[in-house]
Design a protein around this ligand. Structure first.
Ligand SMILES: Nc1ncnc2c1ncn2[C@@H]1O[C@H](COP(=O)(O)OP(=O)(O)OP(=O)(O)O)[C@@H](O)[C@H]1O
Ligand SMILES: [Mg+2]
Length: 278
């Protein structure tokens, strides 16, 4: 009998860089921890150690040491002060979607041998719309696309969703407007992009909620802490707690019987598009 609880896998992406993926990832993760959940965050950024900086963590090892077989995942996971467990990224992550069968086997083994069983696994993907980012997103249960109200961010969010669509993935895609002026601006941005998605791709994305522009966010970055930890009474901390509730309420997939195995099986399943396409 398996006592493993299902792990909900959430991918955070944007296409365009610098629109708030890492801010959103670390703050949703930290807010979920405050709700009592066990959260693992994977830094999909290649070599920039962005998430480590945002969480004030330093690590000697990263995911490449797991891929090369030198370290177990338990040895690589960093416990951060906000309670989020972090897998530091590595340039090896680029190849996560193109591993050999043997390597895939060891990654699955690595994740299923984690001592702690996580409720939620968040992947902060790298900027851009590379094959590996799309594969990672495709393998997640849910995908959150962060965007700002500027033409290149909107175009890149749409381009990401279009590539997902071309891969047969049209479900469990959520838009998250960041740095907006308020609720109306956020839902307006959502509605505008969603109209384009409906018109040209023929399906609807969902709304995840919004985050306002807040000068306290770069300040929290400087303190190397999530804003939900260092300024819990701020407006944006409240918004991140709302987003954490949203993530918490997303469905766990019943086909996920073995923790994170589902994720890696999806990542390498040739029929992924067919099974996730909907
Ligand atoms: N709502 C907000 N209000 C004010 N500043 C913000 C907000 N969201 C993010 N920022 C700031 O914008 C910058 C970029 O954010 P972040 O690093 O989270 O983006 P990213 O998408 O992860 O970037 P990259 O593509 O480089 O990984 C940071 O300095 C961050 O503090
Ligand atoms: Mg980032």
């Amino acid at each position: 009998m398996s006592l493993k609880k299902p792990t909900k896998v959430i991918g955070i992406s944007s296409g365009k860089g610098g629109v708030g993926k890492t801010t959103v990832s670390v703050n949703i993760a930290a807010a979920l921890v405050k709700q009592g959940l066990d959260v693992l965050l994977l830094d999909g950024d290649l070599g920039l150690a962005n998430v480590q900086l945002a969480l004030g963590a330093a690590s000697e090892y990263n995911f490449s040491h797991v891929l090369s077989g030198g370290k177990t995942l338990d040895e690589v996971v960093v416990k951060t002060s906000s309670g989020v467990d972090l897998v530091p990224g590595a340039s090896g992550l680029k190849d996560l979607a193109s591993l050999s069968e043997k390597e895939t086997g060891s990654v699955i083994q690595a994740f299923s041998s984690l001592t702690k069983q996580y409720d939620i696994f968040i992947i902060d993907t790298a900027a851009g719309i590379s094959t590996s980012v799309v594969s990672l997103l495709g393998a997640c249960h849910h995908r959150i696309i962060v965007l700002k109200d500027d033409p290149s961010s909107i175009a890149d969010a749409y381009a990401t969703i279009k590539v997902l669509f071309l891969e047969g993935i049209t479900q469990d895609i959520y838009l998250l407007p960041n740095e907006v002026t308020g609720m109306e601006h956020g839902s307006q941005l959502f509605r505008n992009l969603n109209k384009v998605i409906v018109k040209f791709l023929g399906f609807e994305a969902s709304y995840a909620g919004f985050v306002k522009q807040d000068d306290a966010i770069p300040l929290a970055w400087k303190k190397a802490l999530p804003i939900v930890s260092c300024l819990p009474n701020s407006q944006s901390a409240r918004e991140f707690r709302n987003l954490a509730n949203f993530v918490n309420n997303l469905s766990s997939k019943m086909d996920d019987t073995g923790g994170l195995q589902f994720f890696f099986n999806q990542l390498h399943s040739p029929s992924r598009s067919a099974s996730l396409g909907g």
